[in-house]
Design a protein around this ligand. Structure first.
Ligand code: ADP
Ligand code: MG
Length: 269
């Protein structure tokens, strides 16, 4: 799948929303698994000190070795922290709670917003042949999320289908515009993804209507349904695609992967 003759072949996507519990980690893992399933080579970068993406992919805290903390704060080469997961074509740069002190430790570092950028955007990174890099961001618009946005080509925003879902978006968009103005003018919005969608619930329909009205084509056609198999999978250290390959959740994440790959235009909103 990789075209190694093409420079910058890895597409780097930050999965971000400062609200917790909206489906960032779930989307990172399952979109990653769905892309990997179709032969794309995927790297998941866990940039949340909670390390849920690492745990969900079966890499327990004691197995993490070098982590994204070492990548950002100790200038460790990416090759020393990346681990192959149980899923073919899917690798992980794990995190631990160490990362929670990054904001403070980096306060006097002039390149503090560019550390992930410097690791992922250097020409030698392309030699690993990744097609996609998905960055799982913490639930905050802190320095870690800014690092992800500065490093990324685009931002994917999971939006939980609940009341007030859209209100947090303006803050996120403000940060995104700031990053564009100061560090990463080409940063695009990959799309806004409706998560935990319940077709029987009027609120879900309302949130969808409001989101499509306000954001138009930025909202993915694919909606991720609320599906118990999705929430069960991480406790078996599996993506939902492995845990229950025919579940509605698996089908939806495969559709998302397909939609994302086939949809080439982004926005400069
Ligand atoms: P975030 O990373 O944004 O904090 P998570 O991805 O960890 O959010 O999701 C929060 C919780 O909701 C988790 O327990 C997860 O298993 C559950 N969850 C996420 N998406 C779904 C879904 N589509 N259906 C059911 N449960 C979900
Ligand atoms: Mg998370």
């Amino acid at each position: 799948m990789s075209d190694r003759s093409r420079p910058n072949s890895a597409k780097i996507i930050a999965v971000a929303n400062q609200k917790g519990g909206v489906g960032k980690t779930t989307t990172t893992i399952n979109l990653g698994a769905a892309l990997a399933e179709t032969g794309h080579k995927v790297l998941i970068v866990d940039l949340d000190p909670q390390g849920n993406a690492s745990t969900g992919l079966g890499v327990s805290a004691s197995d993490r070795g070098m982590t994204t903390y070492d990548l950002l704060l100790e200038d460790a080469p990416i090759s020393s922290i990346v681990q192959q997961t149980d899923i073919a074509n899917l690798s992980l740069a794990p995190s631990t709670t160490d990362l929670s002190s990054a904001d403070i430790e980096l306060v006097s570092n002039e390149r503090r917003s560019f550390l992930l950028h410097d690791a992922l955007r250097k020409p030698s990174f392309n030699e690993f042949g990744y097609d996609h890099v998905l960055i799982d961001c913490p639930p905050s618009l802190n320095l870690l999320t800014v690092n992800a946005m500065v490093a990324a080509h685009s931002v994917l925003v999971p939006l939980q289908s609940e009341f007030y879902a859209l209100e947090g978006l303006s803050q996120l968009m403000m940060t995104l515009r700031e990053v564009r103005q100061t560090a990463n003018p080409d940063l695009r919005i990959e799309g806004v993804l409706l998560t935990m969608y319940d077709i029987r619930n009027n609120l879900s329909l309302q949130v969808e209507q409001d989101a499509r009205e306000a954001l138009g084509d930025l909202v993915f056609q694919t909606r991720i349904p609320r599906n118990v198999r999705i929430s069960e999978a991480p406790s078996f250290a599996q993506s939902v695609l492995e845990y229950d390959t025919r579940s509605k959740g698996s089908v939806a994440y495969r559709e998302l992967a397909q939609e994302m790959v086939s949809r080439s235009v982004g926005s400069s909103l």
